[in-house]
Design a protein around this ligand. Structure first.
Ligand code: GLY
Length: 400
């Protein structure tokens, strides 16, 4: 099996025959598996040859790869992508790599100074627990849920996203800032309850989702990026942005996090109000006049110079992956068709890099934060992660 996939890594002639995972007739999936295997084989070989444990996030202007420390919010995506490659290919080469780069994050389970422990532990340990029956990962996931719960502010009914006593967050005058991205971290809390039987995590997740639903959305169903609460009284102090164009604009990735986040809340609770919220967010995104015909959004739906603004592929991949899940709950709404279009368009040379280019990431053209002047029109490890997850979800829908 290993030799066969090794061959695939050097030959695109074997496009339709090297997936050892579930059988699928869709050549788009097969083509993307070959491409992703080739890119991540180069990426992991490069790191393994360095003799260090490195975690790639993006590239600099000169094309060099940015490696991140384990407390960076994106540290779970690279190990996570290896787990997803393991799931996509069933090639035994990915599991030891996925384990090694996951287990490098062990101490993250104690991280309490920001909320993104959900992304970090979810993409790494939770995938390992799910895909490889790594029983010892359970303790890490539960400990991480405890750490995340330390950020719950009961009077406001939210988990606090960022500390507000230092850095640029302090300059904004926030007391308890909660960003829409935090909806993604709730998966860790739901899993914490599922794995431990302690319902506290579940209750915190539900409270956070309900408070966010109440205060973070506008009447047009778009969401704010940041809502700042008074942690003592629960009063909403400010509704603003950090990474979007303006406080009242719709930051593209924020809408994607919200869509995915409420879909996962429905997965764990069965409460239809969350699915309805996801449906409304879908309506906002896919009826927006500034959404390009290829469905890959500009970085903000209200960016001032559309169509001369960067796209954000990471928003598109997160959205597509969420839509495949929504399709399983509401199969007649066309969500899968929309997701299929997104993945198809991302698989063209306009967005998908040539093997060996783009810092060995799969997709080009994402945006980190334009207001911070950071990561503009670059590959991002989370764009790749949700692309791979979307491919798996598409394959599962088409083969099961
Ligand atoms: N969670 C940070 C971001 O979406 O950029």
């Amino acid at each position: 099996m290993k030799t066969f996939l090794g061959l695939c890594a050097v030959s695109s002639l074997l496009l339709f025959s090297c997936n050892n995972g579930a059988a699928t007739k869709d050549s788009l999936i097969e083509d993307n598996i070959v491409n992703a295997v080739n890119q991540y084989t180069i990426q992991t070989n490069l790191i393994e040859q360095s003799g260090r444990v490195l975690n790639p996030r993006t590239i600099r202007e000169d094309g060099s790869i940015v490696y991140i420390p384990i407390d960076d919010w994106t540290s779970g995506f690279f190990p996570g992508s290896m787990w997803l490659l393991h799931e996509l290919t069933n090639d035994s080469k990915w599991q030891p790599l996925a384990e090694k780069y996951t287990e490098d994050l062990d101490s993250v389970k104690y991280l309490k100074w920001h909320h993104d422990i959900g992304f970090m532990i979810g993409c790494s340990y939770l995938n390992g627990y799910r895909l490889a029956d790594k029983k010892e990962y359970k303790e890490v996931i539960i400990e991480a849920a405890h750490s995340f719960s330390s950020r719950f502010r009961p009077n406001a009914g939210v988990t606090q996203s960022w500390d507000a006593d230092k850095g640029w967050q302090a300059e904004r005058g926030w007391k308890c800032p909660v960003i829409i991205d935090n909806m993604m971290n709730l998966e860790l809390l739901f899993e914490g309850t599922r794995l431990s039987g302690d319902s506290t995590f579940y209750q915190i997740a539900v409270k956070h989702a309900d408070t966010t639903m109440k205060y973070a959305f506008r009447t047009d169903n778009s969401c704010y990026h940041v809502v700042d609460y008074d942690p003592e009284t629960g009063e909403v102090r400010k509704k603003q942005t950090a990474q979007g164009y303006a406080d009242e604009s719709a930051w593209a990735r924020g809408q994607a996090w919200a869509l995915y986040g409420y879909t996962l809340c429905y997965r764990y609770t069965g409460d239809v109000k969350y699915l309805e919220q996801a449906r409304k967010i879908y309506q906002f995104i896919f009826t927006h006049p500034n959404l390009p015909a290829d469905l890959i959004p500009y970085w903000d739906y209200n960016a001032p110079n559309i169509p001369n603004e960067p796209r954000d592929v990471s928003a598109a991949t997160c959205t597509a992956s969420a839509l495949y899940e929504m399709h399983t709950y509401l199969p007649k709404e066309g969500y899968k068709d929309t997701a299929d279009k997104i993945l198809k368009n991302l698989s063209t040379p306009a967005y998908r890099a040539k093997v060996g280019e783009n810092g060995n990431f799969i997709l080009m053209h994402s945006v980190g934060s334009i207001p911070h002047g950071a990561e503009i029109d670059v590959p991002l490890n989370y764009a790749d992660y949700y692309f791979l997850e979307g491919l798996i979800r598409k394959r599962d829908l088409e083969t099961k």
